[in-house]
Design a protein around this ligand. Sequence first.
Ligand SMILES: NC(=O)c1ccc[n+]([C@@H]2O[C@H](COP(=O)([O-])OP(=O)(O)OC[C@H]3O[C@@H](n4cnc5c(N)ncnc54)[C@H](OP(=O)(O)O)[C@@H]3O)[C@@H](O)[C@H]2O)c1
Length: 287
Amino acid sequence: MRVTVIGADGQLGMDVVQAFTKNGDEVSPLTHSDIELSGMDPASNCIESLRPDIIVNTAAMHHVENCEREPQKAFAINGLGARNLALVARNIGATLMHVSTDYVFDGVKGSPYVESDAPMPLNVYGNTKLSGEYFVRSTADKHFVLRTSAIYGKNPCRAKGGLNFIELMLKLARERGEVKVVDSEFVTPTSTSEIARQMVALSRSNFYGLYHATAEGSCSWFEFAREIFSVANVQVNLKVAGPNEFPAKVARPAYSVLENLALKSHGLNVFKPWQEGLREYLSAASK
Ligand SMILES: NC(=O)c1ccc[n+]([C@@H]2O[C@H](COP(=O)([O-])OP(=O)(O)OC[C@H]3O[C@@H](n4cnc5c(N)ncnc54)[C@H](OP(=O)(O)O)[C@@H]3O)[C@@H](O)[C@H]2O)c1
């Protein structure tokens, strides 16, 4: 397959390039300097000349506070940018694989969300990502929309200044005797290498549609930190942060756990429990 990856130097994008390349596909990595999603002329751009069978879009404006400060820019990239790509994909007959987020939900359900649950985003980021989903689903005939959650990988997250949650916890533990983490927000930590593997598996099918794509299980950020220190064998005084110690600047869902129901129903789910993904990450990082 000819695969064009957008956001190719991002945390997820780099693993996506690697996974499709390892699979034997012909991969064209595009970075922000090659393509500006919000300003693309849908009819003519560099993607067409690459003649991809599939376009994988990992690029987004996803820093939640920045999205809240600049809603027009966030919509231009996450909403209209996704539409621009969907128009290109439709024009050239390519499949569009697009990454979305658990933040399309408000978190009040209290049990894992499935694809048929009604979204209700709480913030600008979630709203703009949801609009991107709808543009992709209504415009590109052949599309996969993958919602994922709390991602981490060996490559730095460009929007969040480099350190993922695991590295941040380990750094804080090295620098301080005590680390405090919130216990009130539940997610599923998901490794970018697993998401990339899932994308390769899904790209071979023609079961187009909307997919939840996270590791199995869930935890609070506090529980995630506890597991990180346990697996890495780091001694630190880990405490639950008080309700007002790290006040959220932007509303976020308290429970955004996703169930990979659609992937499982097609027999395509590759994800393992989140603890296994963490162990793989820490073991690779220590080599
Ligand atoms: N982080 C999470 O926990 C999380 C959770 C759920 C879903 N997601 C989704 O996962 C995806 C990947 O996240 P990530 O952590 O890999 O992000 P990342 O490391 O920040 O990479 C994002 C990439 O998008 C590019 N980009 C940003 N704005 C662009 C624009 N206007 N036009 C073209 N390219 C642009 C960036 O380039 P520059 O840096 O040069 O601008 C970068 O290459 C995003 O779609 C995000 O919404 C993330």
